[in-house]
Design a binder for this molecule. Structure first.
Ligand code: F6R
Length: 612
């Protein structure tokens, strides 16, 4: 999705802005641009293509301005092109704007501005913003700072949709205004300079002190100061939050790609996420929630709502919550949930999972659940992210920044956090059906087992070399293993572009088996002892039809039946998805490398999906 960077300080802004954009590249984009305030007014330099192309633009080295805004665009309105790239200026070249999000009523605003003498040069929704600001600014008699702020506020009041906006004005060479609604933006504070970014890692090497804006709050920045205003321009006070993430962890640290680094960071991410919440002889702690037994007994249903990989973590948690707590749990895709009028009341608990905390559909689903009276919990990896500011309660995974588009360590951290949450509920409810003490011991041993799994998973590279030219791959599993099949299949398609599907193994013969023929690769996940014989029968059905098979298991099986068997360490069934996904993450990774693809930035995908 689009990325935003801003700088106001004492150094030359352009290299800082371009470096910031490079750090946001992982979000996905098709064009890039910067705008600075120079001695003779506003400068805008932009182009289609990679951020580094900006270095080739004529005159970019001559920019001296110490205040500027920058943007990577992921096309929504209008094709990728130089003219559609941000920043956009108003007709009089007084204001320069970058915008992340979608202005839903831009056609209406364009007509209004056309009727008032404004001309549009791009096909974007964004170009209405600088012109609308200019329209209101023109009406101000006294062109002071407040006039600038009021013009931006009046323009934003007319906008429908989502936006994170940075705006500079040639009349105010020492100021910048930023505002957001349903789109991410953070402000990093230093002594004589301020940084703006769509997310924390891009500016973490400059500062640890961050301001977070709520919807429709305005920040008026100078070099040394940031003033905050609410949606009616009443002054408000904000404190910075200290972010403890290690700046080095957003660098590649010697790994070839972020995805590989993040796969190998899983033991640490899981260890950090377990943290002090769980120990062998005491009850699980969730001070943030502090739910009573009576409250948990009153819950009629749990909904887990998320998108993509985060939703797959929810599918694992459904198994755990239902078995440990005996509370009916439904998992829903956020973009469906929000439009299907779900049956929710004040006895429903809704859990929303979002690594970034900025996924538009998940946030909208959360807002809907709150309106309907449910209690809401957000699970996120990013402190201060939008979803955590909307939810009644927020709990965090401690995976550290995840840069590769394909989620790995965030997923396994979400699964472990949700498992501990299920234990917390079960202990509070005084449930006794499942041996929770053993599960706790198994959780504490898990980071070591993840390390062991990573060591042996290197061997999957050889199998990846054998199948990287395949066109179709099927993933099969039963019970909790089916959730891993889903996640394995998603990982493969997103970074290797190989068509893949996942099925509950028993469902295959009800249709999809028609697709199985000689040479098709089928991957079976088998970690549930109770179901293993059944899954083996299903795999035999595909072997008979000529499929090549890879099995991921922690059980004793007859290896000779299959082309390849991958033995992972044994663990508790509720934790097995965390181990069985690891060889599949590496399988997808090596296939992508074998095909020479950009593992970290797969085509058409964005890290943070901030539009619906
Ligand atoms: C796939 C992947 C996506 C995200 C999804 C939700 O590897 O990363 O499917 O899981 O876009 O993102 P968050 O968790 O940020 O809400």
């Amino acid at each position: 999705m689009c990325g935003i960077v801003g700088y106001i300080g004492t150094q030359k802004a352009s290299p800082i802005l371009i470096n910031g954009l490079i750090r946001l590249e992982y979000r996905g984009y098709d064009s890039a641009g910067i705008s600075t305030i120079e001695k003779d007014g506003l400068s805008v330099m932009k182009d289609q293509g990679r951020v580094k192309n900006l270095y080739n633009l004529k005159g970019i080295d001559n920019l001296e301005g110490t205040i500027g805004i920058a943007h990577t665009r992921w096309a929504t309105h209008g094709k990728p092109s130089q003219i559609n790239s941000h920043p956009h200026m108003d007709n009089s070249k007084t204001f320069s704007v970058v915008h992340n999000g979608i202005i839903e009523n831009y056609n209406e605003l364009r007509d209004f501005l056309n009727n008032n003498g404004y001309t549009f040069y791009s096909q974007t929704d964004t170009e209405v913003i600088p012109n609308l600001v200019h329209y209101y600014y023109k009406k101000e008699t006294n062109k002071d700072e407040l006039a600038f702020l009021r013009a931006v506020k009046n323009a934003c009041s007319d906008l429908k949709g989502s936006f994170a906006i940075e705006i500079i004005c040639k009349d105010f060479p020492n100021n910048m205004i930023v505002v957001r609604k349903d789109s991410p933006l953070v402000i990093g504070k230093n002594e004589e300079e301020n940084y703006i970014s769509s997310d924390i890692p891009a500016i973490l090497s400059f500062t640890r002190n961050f301001y977070f804006l709520n919807d429709l709050e305005y920040a008026f920045l100078s070099r040394t100061d940031v003033k905050f205003y609410d949606s009616e321009l009443n002054a408000i006070h904000k404190e910075t939050k200290n972010i403890e993430w290690d700046a080095a962890s957003s660098e590649k640290d010697g790994y070839e790609d972020f995805m590989l680094k993040e796969i190998y960071e899983q033991p640490t991410a899981i260890r950090e996420t377990i943290g002090a919440r769980l120990s062998e002889n005491t009850k699980c702690e969730f001070e943030e929630l502090n739910f009573s037994k009576e409250y948990l007994q009153s819950i009629n249903k749990i909904y887990i709502v998320a998108c993509g990989t985060a939703m797959h973590a929810g599918l694992v948690a459904k198994h755990t919550l239902e078995k440990l707590c005996k509370i009916s749990t439904e998992v829903d895709i956020a973009s469906e949930f929000r439009y299907r009028d779900p049956l929710i009341d004040e006895k429903t608990l809704c859990i929303f999972i979002s690594q970034s905390g900025e996924t538009a559909d998940t946030i909208a689903a959360l807002k809907l659940s709150k309106q309907k009276g449910a209690k809401t919990i957000a699970i996120s990896n990013v402190i201060g992210s939008s979803i955590t500011r909307e939810a009644d309660y927020s709990i965090y995974t401690h995976a550290g920044p995840e840069i590769a588009v394909a989620s790995t360590k965030a997923y396994t951290s979400q699964v472990i956090l949700l498992t501990i949450l299920a234990i917390y509920f079960a202990e509070t409810l005084e449930m006794t059906q499942i041996d929770i003490d053993t599960l706790k011991k198994d959780i504490l041993q898990l980071p070591k087992k993840v390390e062991d799994t990573l060591k042996i998973s290197e061997n999957i590279k050889e199998f990846a070399k054998k199948v990287y030219q395949e066109k179709d791959v099927f993933f099969l599993g039963r019970g909790i293993d089916e959730t891993v099949a889903k996640e394995g299949s998603l990982k493969l398609k997103e970074i290797s572009y190989i068509h893949s599907e996942s099925y509950a193994a028993g469902e295959l013969k009800h249709g999809p088996i028609a697709l199985i023929e000689k040479g098709v690769t089928v991957i079976g996940i088998m970690t549930d002892k109770k179901l293993i014989e059944k899954t083996i029968s299903n795999i035999q059905e595909v072997i008979t039809r000529g499929a090549k098979t890879l099995i991921i298991t922690n059980q004793n099986i007859d290896d000779k039946m299959f082309d390849e068997v991958f033995h992972i360490p044994f663990t508790n069934i509720f934790l097995s998805p965390i181990l069985s996904i690891i060889p599949l993450q590496l399988f997808s990774y090596y296939i992508s490398k074998e095909k020479g693809l950009d593992v970290d930035k797969p085509r058409n995908l964005a890290k943070s999906v901030t539009v619906e």
